[in-house]
Design a protein around this ligand. Sequence first.
Ligand code: MV4
Length: 450
Amino acid sequence: MFQRILVANRGEIALRVIRACKELGIEVVAVYSQADRDAPYLQLADRAICIGKAPSADSYLNIPRLIAAAEVADVQAIHPGYGFLSENPQFAEICRSCNFEFIGPPHEAIRKMGLKTEAKQIAAAAKVACVPGSEGAVVSEAEALGLARSIGFPVLIKAAAGGGGKGMRVCRDEANLASALQMARNEAAAAFKNSSIYLEKFIDHPRHVEVQILADSHGNVLHCWDRDCSLQRRHQKLVEEATAPTLPLEVRSEIGQAAVRLARTVGYVNAGTCEFLVDADNRFYFIEVNARIQVEHPVTEMVTGIDLVQQQIRIAAGEPLSYRQEDIVTRGHAIECRINSEDPDNDFRPSPGRITALRIPGGPGARWDSHAQVGYTVPPNYDSLLGKLIVHAATRLEAIARMRRALDELVVEGVKTTIPLHRKTFRNKDFIDGRVDTTWVERVLIPRPN
Ligand code: MV4
């Protein structure tokens, strides 16, 4: 096992990795930008090294500075967290070439999964159902037209190098196809420096279901069941739950096995997620792989009892998984609310500032993963995730009641937060009854003027 690890991230996930290291008896080195110099979680690390100025490009995205910090601190491995460099194949490759274990997948797997066209082709080879559409990139307008006619409108044009909803464009009829293709190409080129696009049948009102994977370096691949992350606003998840509440057990078993086949086929190692869209008839279609630990990993931890971050570290150290698939059983239901320092009444504008009061929920089945403390100033430079409130209970309805209770205990003052939106969600009948999909938040929950 490693003696010392560097955490190449900040905020709640840096704290989460610090906690995992402590429990494994591993020394942990944190890094921070000048904007984070007073962040309280840095005191929980064995050492903290400043890596630069506030802008991410000068700190958390700066590969030479991170490698220099790893050299200075003499660590054996680097945990990238999520976001920042976590899915940057070049960073993974550089870590390994500098003799630091990258606590994530092999750079080859990250690179393949980063191209959504390639991920879909690998999925198809693994006999995993994909959304009907182009096999690989679409090169000509004629090809796109032929395809769109055969699968039927509406179609969705996506950027091959995109993901997470960036660079998508719906096209509802033939008359708009040529211009939609051109606009999608231009957007893709600007956003991803890659104008490659592909085409899919547009699934309306899909649910978002994802499968947690664990794969070791000895060829063992397991799934830790599923999460439903359908509650999103502009591709930012608000609420996640495990397991997926509306999927029958047979389908959940099939989707898990599909994810395992896909992970095996790409030579995946470490923790990862296979994302699927699920239609009204519970048919599932693979869309993309997230080659990192995800924000919502705690709901899977609560229902399986597996510490996914510790598993990541053990896998990177070369340990074989100590579970067989049949050992991975879920118990009860878990739900997570993302608490962001944003103003729901002002188009979710970031709301940085000093936290003047904080009351953290407790009691049975409540978990609070957050770097926030009273007196902490949320800097304006980064993502606005302040913390995650996670509950676990025997049934989904009990988990909802527990979340309502925990949200009523939670107080954050000094910054605007998404707490009021969550309080509303957990009192909403559609949500309670599980009648939601990926369009529900923007259609129903957030009433918009006109
Ligand atoms: C889709 C889709 C409908 N049809 N693909 C958005 C994020 C990216 N991972 C894929 N996304 C979608 N792909 C087809 N063929 C609808 C979405 C989508 C969505 C998916 C998951 C969660 C929230 C979403 C919100 C809007 C659209």
